[in-house]
Ligand binder design. Structure first.
Ligand SMILES: Nc1nc2c(ncn2[C@@H]2O[C@H](COP(=O)(O)OP(=O)(O)O)[C@@H](O)[C@H]2O)c(=O)[nH]1
Ligand SMILES: [Mg+2]
Length: 244
């Protein structure tokens, strides 16, 4: 195993088995599902698959909940498993496994490879015009406030080299919700890591309901301001002395 695919799940019973089947055919990858004790039994289903296939792993959380912290918990476990690179993706087929080889194709030359809807060849399909506009406007807001030269700042489909987490401390995250996706990206940029965007076709979820709402979006926009302020105060990335 060279890499681990981290998939946070909450009530993804209708998606997770076929997703795992599509990932498992790719070589040198293990799958780690981080399930927050989904009431629909997603965890039991994955536990069954894990018994059949040693490349499938399950991390069940009972005390904490949320996409952001689930991703972080998954990254930590993947690092402990010895992963050289770590992919994170959603369980709902918005992020299609067929793009995983595209991410891996660049991970030798870059520290973070982003699956991007907004580079040539990428697309954001099936979603309504309002959701489209919200994504675009939020992107402009984030890029200009944080000074990020990245087209798809909110992409949660990405591949990290393990070295990234020697600088970006997973035990030192400020945000708690989905904003963690953004916080990690910002810190990766501030540390000067090499980032590549590759096109992906994003599709709206096949099954089940979305768990993101307007309040979460608002919290994320506020978090952007907080991150910017902390960086200006020199508090966001650890200084050279502190790093030793
Ligand atoms: N572990 C965990 N995963 C979550 C939670 N909320 C959402 N997810 C997962 O995170 C991914 C993205 O969530 P989704 O509802 O599709 O958000 P959207 O695509 O942005 O509308 C999916 O794989 C979800 O199952 C949670 O509280 N805990
Ligand atoms: Mg989704």
């Amino acid at each position: 195993m060279n890499g681990v695919v981290v998939v946070p799940t909450y009530n993804e019973r209708d998606n997770i088995e076929s997703l795992i089947q599509e990932i498992i055919i790719l070589p040198a990858l293990d799958i780690l599902v981080v399930d927050d004790n989904s009431p629909d039994g997603t965890g039991d289903m994955v536990a069954g698959l894990a018994r059949e296939n040693p490349r499938v792993h399950l991390l069940t959380r009972t005390k904490q909940k949320g996409r952001g912290s689930a991703g972080v918990a998954g990254f930590k476990k993947a690092l402990n498993m010895g992963a050289q690179w770590i992919i994170e993706m959603d369980a709902d087929f918005s992020h299609h496994p067929r793009h995983i080889p595209d991410l891996l194709a660049h991970i030798k030359d870059y520290d973070l490879v982003l699956g991007s809807r907004f580079v040539p060849g990428g697309a954001d399909r099936d979603r309504g015009i309002v959701r489209h506009m919200v994504t675009r406007l939020a992107g402009i807001y984030v890029r200009s406030l944080l000074g990020l030269n990245i087209r798809d700042v909110s992409s949660g489909f990405r591949c990290f080299r393990r070295e990234v987490f020697e600088k970006v401390d997973l035990d030192d995250m400020i945000s708690a919700g989905p904003a963690i996706v953004l916080e990690i990206l910002y810190k990766v940029c501030l540390n000067g890591f090499r980032i590549k965007e590759v096109p992906i076709v994003f599709r709206d979820r096949r099954q089940g309901d979305t768990k993101l709402d307007a309040i979460t979006l608002l919290e994320t926009l506020v978090m952007v301001l907080r991150l910017r302020k902390l960086h200006r105060q020199g508090l966001l990335i650890r200084s050279a002395e502190l790093n030793g």
